[in-house]
Design a protein around this ligand. Structure first.
Ligand code: G3H
Ligand code: 13P
Ligand code: ZN
Length: 345
């Protein structure tokens, strides 16, 4: 960890609206990793990686993360991140909001972006119909934009084409329906379903175009060239990270994730936000297992949490370079949410 920069000439910036980060990424032709956080070490790893690579970044919290941190710890940690890393433009995003109320409460807490995922009903499992999705997303867009906050919507449902995990049903995003969805909902960014799924078990062999429909991204981007696309389930599940876990008593079955070259292909066709959580969990878990196996007498949590943080930082920094966001932290002056509100109005 680098110590806090005191006496720096950089003016501290507040959390930035995700829309501005994505607009700038579109101008620069790169993608931005959206990394999930649940605790201090994960946020430190992300911010250190952002500093190391000079990257703007999206920090995202699931409903589970918000409940794990009681919101209050999360918001306090984000305050520390903004203060200690003033040169990094950072957005705080609600990952997979299941209802307008979830999104509204995130905005009240200071999130600068929310995902209203009404591709599923509020149980987070049952696929919804198109009209429900439009109406619920639109309701959140009106509330959020009036406060300068960005909104991500989703059309189609995640889940492997191969085995139907996730919602249990796979509905790839229809490009024509995507045009209507974006127009009627007014969203800033569209999450697309192209065959990826959450978690470590995405594909049972290296994915081909049969199970990972990157060409669908190209088709959607042709129809919606101005819309920022979002790829969920974008962990690559590298064998090296899985092997580290398994070498120290873990039991992760052979599995394949989304190859980084496929993500880069998506970025060339309008993907601006790339969601990564599983790879970070794998890196931390591997480091903790290794540390405990190497030093069975050690019981200071800092000894293994520090190694976990370092391992996660390495993966985040690598993704930042691969997605192209590295070096872009100082490209622009962040706008305030008030300015964003005026732009929407
Ligand atoms: O959307 C999936 C993310 O990996 C968050 O997962 O709900 O277990 O925090 P979670
Ligand atoms: P992974 O499980 O592939 O990391 O996906 C994370 C995600 O999409 C969070 O919304
Ligand atoms: Zn997701």
């Amino acid at each position: 960890m680098t110590p806090a920069r005191t006496g720096s000439s950089v003016t501290p910036m507040p959390l930035v609206a995700m829309r501005q980060l994505l607009d700038e990424a579109a101008t620069g032709g790169y993608g931005i990793g959206a990394f999930n956080v649940n605790n201090m070490e994960q946020l430190q790893a992300i911010m250190e990686a952002a500093r190391e690579t000079e990257s703007p970044v999206i920090v995202q919290a699931s409903r589970g993360a918000r409940s794990y941190t009681n919101d209050r710890f999360l918001i306090a940690l984000m305050g520390a991140a903004v203060e200690l890393y003033p040169e990094i433009p950072v957005a705080l995003h609600q990952d997979h909001g299941n209802s307008p109320e979830t999104c509204f409460s995130a905005i009240e807490q200071g999130f600068t972006s929310v995902m209203m995922d009404s591709s599923l009903l509020s149980d987070g499992k049952t696929p919804s119909d198109f009209e429900y999705n439009v109406a619920v997303t639109r309701e959140v867009v009106e509330y959020a934009h009036a406060r300068g906050v960005s909104v991500e919507g989703e059309l189609g449902t995640l889940g492997g084409i191969e085995d139907g995990v996730g919602s249990g049903e796979v509905h790839l995003t229809d490009p024509d329906q995507a045009v209507e969805f974006v127009e009627r909902s007014g969203i800033d960014a569209l999450a697309v379903a192209i065959g990826t799924s959450h978690g470590a078990y995405k594909f049972t062999q290296p994915p081909t175009g049969e199970v990972l429909a990157i060409d669908l991204i190209e088709a959607i981007h042709r129809r919606l060239p101005e819309t920022h696309l979002v790829m969920h389930g974008s962990s690559s599940v590298p064998k090296e990270l899985v092997d580290v876990i398994n070498r120290s008593g873990g039991d992760i079955r052979p599995t394949w994730g989304v190859p980084v070259v496929e993500i880069q292909q998506g970025i060339r066709h309008g993907v601006r936000k790339v969601n990564v959580d599983t790879d970070l969990r794998l890196a931390m878990t591997g480091a903790i297992r290794t540390a405990l196996a190497e030093s069975p007498a050690e019981f200071d949590p800092r000894s293994y949490l520090e190694r976990a943080r370092t391992a996660m930082q390495a993966v985040v920094a690598e993704r930042m370079r691969q997605f192209g966001q590295a070096g872009h932290a100082r490209d622009y002056e962040p706008r305030t949410l008030d300015e964003m509100q005026l732009l929407y109005a």
